[in-house]
Ligand binder design. Structure first.
Ligand code: DGJ
Length: 746
């Protein structure tokens, strides 16, 4: 791994074994992009890639020179209104209203390691040898401002991490109207764009589109990363599939409003940008002030989509997530939400606890409804003290009882919100984010607290701290159940700062809680998966993936989520049937077979199950304890997409390739169906694997090249009698163990 600067040609080459990223200082002092992709040889100069032609209507930088036009040069971090006519990565307005800027290369430094970004989540290193960083300073002399571009390349990942800092020294202020984190100009437009899109209960469905001239974008202007689009996008070649072909991706380490945009210009250059959404963003810098953007992680794969996803899985699992839970098997939990909603007593909860303990479950999570006057969603948010009518022993009493049972205790909070019917609102109505001259929309009868204000965050911290000091809490589910509608702070220096300052407030509260309570496992949540993003993973290594707990819907949601996020981060629970969201009946084993590919748990009243169900759940828990490390930390492969047909399959393989688990799922049953095979991936070709469903061991090469037969009774005249284990929504887990005697068993 290295970052090389070629003095003569002023070319930077960042490379490791897998990728090269090359750009240069142009003759006007700005930075021109030359190449990003598979590793290539280093050399002094790549100027042959830097093409210029006379093109009518283009603005040219130099008199007498009809070649150098920023409109047609591929760039690293372009502005607007000074030659480039495409969408810019930044826009800065001067005090006199001018938006012309000329940032010119001033200096650079290259060092081992990676610095953290103050106040913001970011990927990190554990030792300096893991990565090399390049900082390039460009200077704008009229406003007297520095722009520092940061690039980090890891030794073992095909990624480039980027962010930008502006430092203003001038007497007159400047205003950032747009300050994205990254820009990547690619020389052609023969790509398909993948996005993860949806809504509540239908998050992160996978969609592709062929790039067209003009702008295609994903975004959130909701104050959180949203159910609608995820801050992640992929550009892949048409023939790229899960196993082969080229793909580029960009993931933003941020949880607020964002914009991801791909512009194809009329000469077929593709410009991909991502960062804080520029609408509702305006950040003025006075002399001596600075602004830093969130980090964006660019990745490249020449071996298809699975390899691309695996890069993000490994990086985010080990160098974004932090803390004591980062590498630990996640506790099997039961959450009382779908079991009781807010209608619970200590007795009801303890019945669930006893049944859970009996089944071998490790963690009980008390969801919404335990605080203030919270009996429905009209009251209580903001009052973070125990509702003693419901829980006479308090949270500390309940947590003690649960620990006495030998289980861990977890608690739900929604610290960013307030109900009008709460002591907090009655005391501080101005802490709600809203322009007081206008009526404010509610969402689920609640209002957004102004987390851009320090005193608001501090007050919430104090309330939570009081609970956590007394009670033994092992886990926190941090929820956020509405989007922002009226963004206005009653005391912000500038309204255009509020959306970003809000998310900085959220990060600060996380940081304070983690500092004082480093052993707590956090699970983030936002009405299910509306804040499932890389920013959150820095604080909470797992995230409740969706409020939709139906096994069939979850196949799609978890499959889509896996494009960017590791299995250890995907909160997934077995719930009751009929399913509460869809009213669909699915077999208990299929509900398990889907949910076990995640940070696993239950979301049902375990005290009300039949004997058979209780027994089945006990077996599931035993299985999960045995295999959760493999599932949560193994190498994950998508095999068959639920978006393309009636079946779905995925698998995990241990890093030593001795163990694997394959999940195969069939949505609707059929008759006289074709025979079915699954072409496995990631196995050792020369190892023989014993499979739980057959007697004979099979070599890895056969399983990958000939496929594993998964045909069932439906491949002929299906004469089986319905017994719940056939019919619709069937699934199977195949456990593969190396037969090699020297390989230890799990
Ligand atoms: C939304 C979450 O996604 C649910 O799991 C549950 O915690 C509710 N909020 C509680 O209000």
């Amino acid at each position: 791994m290295a970052i090389i600067f070629h003095e003569q040609s002023k070319t930077f080459h960042l490379y490791n074994q897998q990728i090269s990223y090359i750009f240069k200082v142009l003759k006007n002092g700005s930075l021109g992009q030359l190449y990003f992709g598979k590793r290539i040889h280093d050399k002094e100069c790549f100027d042959e890639l830097f093409e210029m032609r006379k093109r009518s209507m283009a603005p040219y930088t130099y008199e007498g020179d009809m070649l150098f036009s920023l409109e047609h040069i591929k760039q690293e971090y372009p502005g607007f209104n000074h030659g480039d006519l495409r969408y810019p990565a930044f826009t800065i307005t001067h005090e006199n209203g001018s938006t012309v800027n000329e940032y010119v290369y001033a200096s650079h430094s290259i060092y081992q390691g990676k610095k953290s970004i103050e106040g913001l989540p970011s990927t990190y290193v554990e030792s300096d040898g893991e990565a090399t960083t390049l900082e390039i300073t460009l200077h704008e002399s009229h406003t007297d401002t520095d722009m520092i571009l940061y690039y980090t390349i890891y030794e073992t990942y095909p990624v480039i991490c980027r962010h930008v800092k502006f430092m203003h020294y001038g007497m007159q202020s400047i205003t950032l109207d747009k300050a994205l984190s990254v820009c990547l100009d690619l020389p052609d437009c023969n790509y398909e764009m993948l996005e993860l899109t949806g809504t509540w209960c239908r998050e992160r469905h996978v969609e592709w589109r062929k790039l067209m001239h003009g702008v295609q974008s994903i975004y959130s202007m909701r104050g959180h990363s949203s159910h609608q689009y995820n801050p992640f996008l992929v550009l892949k070649r048409e023939n790229t599939d899960e196993r082969s072909g080229e793909a580029y991706a960009c993931s933003l380490v941020y949880s607020g409003s964002f914009l991801g945009q791909v512009e194809v210009d009329n000469h077929n250059v593709t410009r991909m940008t991502m960062g804080i959404h520029p609408d509702q963003f305006e950040w003025t810098l006075q002399q001596g002030e600075s602004f830093v953007t969130p980090e964006a992680v660019l990745a490249y794969s020449e071996n298809g989509m699975n390899a691309l996803s695996q890069t993000y899985h490994k990086l985010y699992q080990s160098r974004l997530a932090r803390g004591v839970w980062r590498d630990k098997d996640r506790p099997i939990l039961v959450n009382n939400w779908e079991a009781t909603y807010m209608d619970f007593t200590e007795e009801k909860l303890m019945n669930i606890v006893h049944a859970a303990k009996d089944a071998g479950i490790e963690l009980f999570v008390l969801d919404d409804g335990w605080f203030g006057k919270r009996n429905d969603d009209h009251a209580g948010l903001g009052d973070w003290f125990c509702n003693m009518e419901k829980l006479p022993c308090g949270i500390n009493g309940l947590s003690r009882k649960i620990h006495e049972e030998g289980m861990m205790f977890g608690l739900w909070i929604e610290p960013e919100m307030v109900n009008k019917d709460s002591d907090l609102y009655r005391m501080h109505p101005d802490w709600v984010m809203n322009d007081p001259e206008y009526h404010c929309c509610h969402g689920r009868n609640q209002y957004v607290l102004d987390f851009s204000r320090k005193e608001v965050v501090d007050a919430i911290y104090e309330m939570l701290d009081r609970i956590l000091e007394k009670a033994d809490v092992d886990y926190i589910k941090w929820d956020m159940n509405r989007s922002m509608s009226e963004v206005y702070s009653n005391c912000a220096p500038q309204q255009g700062r509020v959306v970003h300052a809000y998310i900085l407030g959220v990060y600060r509260l996380y940081e304070m809680l983690l500092k004082k309570y480093p052993n707590i496992l956090f699970e983030s949540c936002s009405s299910g998966g509306a804040r499932f993003d890389a920013g959150m993973l820095y604080y909470a290594p797992q995230c409740w993936c969706s409020d939709d707990t139906d096994a069939v819907e979850r196949m799609m949601i978890q499959y889509g989520t896996s494009f960017a996020y590791p299995i250890s981060s995907i909160g997934a629970h077995v719930s009751a049937c009929p399913n509460h969201q869809l009213k669909r009946m699915t077999p208990l084993n299929t509900r398990f077979n889907v949910a076990c590919f995640g940070a696993f748990g239950y979301e049902m009243d375990l005290s009300k199950l039949s004997k058979e169900e209780t027994e089945e759940i006990k077996q599931q828990v035993i299985f999960m304890k045995q295999y959760r490390h493999l599932i949560q930390y193994g190498t994950f492969y998508r095999l068959v997409s639920p978006f393309e047909g009636n079946t779905m399959a995925w698998m995990v393989v241990s890093s030593d390739q001795k163990h694997a688990i394959v999940g195969y799922y069939k949505i609707l049953q059929s008759v006289m169906a074709p025979f079915q095979r699954l072409y496995l991936q990631g196995l050792a070709p020369d190892k023989k694997y014993r499979i739980n469903t057959s007697k004979e061991g099979l070599y890895g090469d056969e399983l990958m090249s000939c496929g594993m037969v998964v045909s069932d009774a439906s491949c002929g005249e299906n004469e089986e009698v319905y017994n719940g284990r056939n019919g619709d929504f069937q699934s199977r887990l195949y456990v593969l163990e190396s037969e090699d005697e020297s390989d230890e068993k799990i």
